[in-house]
Design a protein around this ligand. Sequence first.
Ligand SMILES: NC(=O)c1ccc[n+]([C@@H]2O[C@H](COP(=O)([O-])OP(=O)(O)OC[C@H]3O[C@@H](n4cnc5c(N)ncnc54)[C@H](OP(=O)(O)O)[C@@H]3O)[C@@H](O)[C@H]2O)c1
Length: 330
Amino acid sequence: MTWTDAGDMLRRAETPLFWVGAFTVASILLWVLYRLLSGFRVWVLGNGQLISPQLGKWAVVTGATDGIGKSYAEELARRGFAMVLISRSQHKLDDVARSLEDRFGVETKTIAADFGKTNIYPTIEAGLSGLEIGVLVNNVGVSYPYPEYYLRIPDLDNFITNMINVNMTSVCQMTRLVLPRMANRSKGVILNISSASGMYPVPLLTIYSSTKAFVDFFSRGLQEEYRRQGIIIQSVLPFFVATKMTRIRKPTLDKPTPERYVAAELNTVGLQGQTNGYFPHAVMGWVTTKMVPIGLVIFLGARMNRLQRTGYLHRRKLREQKNGTGLKTD
Ligand SMILES: NC(=O)c1ccc[n+]([C@@H]2O[C@H](COP(=O)([O-])OP(=O)(O)OC[C@H]3O[C@@H](n4cnc5c(N)ncnc54)[C@H](OP(=O)(O)O)[C@@H]3O)[C@@H](O)[C@H]2O)c1
């Protein structure tokens, strides 16, 4: 082929190449515009009006006496819902119930139940009977006291049973109790609090991460089953929030207070079936799932948790030496 032939070919290809390029650039611009507009819709305009007692007089929150659950209870009571609060400790339930009644003038009901057990559901069913429930927040959850290798988790047998019962069985059973009446009225919202740890495997928190992935899958599958009946089921996947569970005392932009997290999250209901709930967390979710290879995310998660484990065991050893107990730590 001569230079003249090659020049001819290029000239002939010029127009088609121009259109391929133009189409590609236009598609990318349209995609970016769509993402910006949907981001604006979710994170700036929000859907704050959706969660109101028009869905039903009562809202039910599990794990309602601390952290994220307590903040949901407060925000829903502020919006006028009568509240059913469920946790283990009756005295903490009484305190939260009294505070909601005083501050927001709403009716409350408490049910003391340990979600680590499986025989509690008849009691909860009796407590909920006859109530018109508009919102259920499946919030109760437990994590590890510190990151640990699977076989080194103290009392592993009971640890497994408790975590599965609290994090997974509670979500299925509470939904079993509440969803039928929502479906009959074609109205209702179920918020299932999963975790960003459920978006990919998190080594040394492996059972927790797996239970949260279950919650995410359960929510998304069920949403598709009941969407046409007017029910919203949302999977909520927070990164760190400053609560007792995380032992974060100083909130920051990326580790918000539970109040700030919940206020942001409720704006996403009805707009996102699966949400990180809070703009900085959504950015973290996007980066870790779309921009970084999954293998690297798992590797870095393992490294971070190994460091945390070493730090925790070291501090524990020092404490024990100081107290003269000197228990074996590893
Ligand atoms: N904090 C975070 O950074 C974060 C991040 C991602 C996901 N999450 C998820 O968000 C949810 C709430 O977390 P949190 O940080 O708010 O937790 P938290 O501060 O430890 O509060 C947990 C709540 O659950 C109750 N609870 C614990 N074990 C229970 C049991 N066996 N039976 C009944 N109630 C029980 C506790 O009350 P009693 O002790 O009185 O029973 C408390 O009200 C969990 O599902 C967690 O996995 C949290």
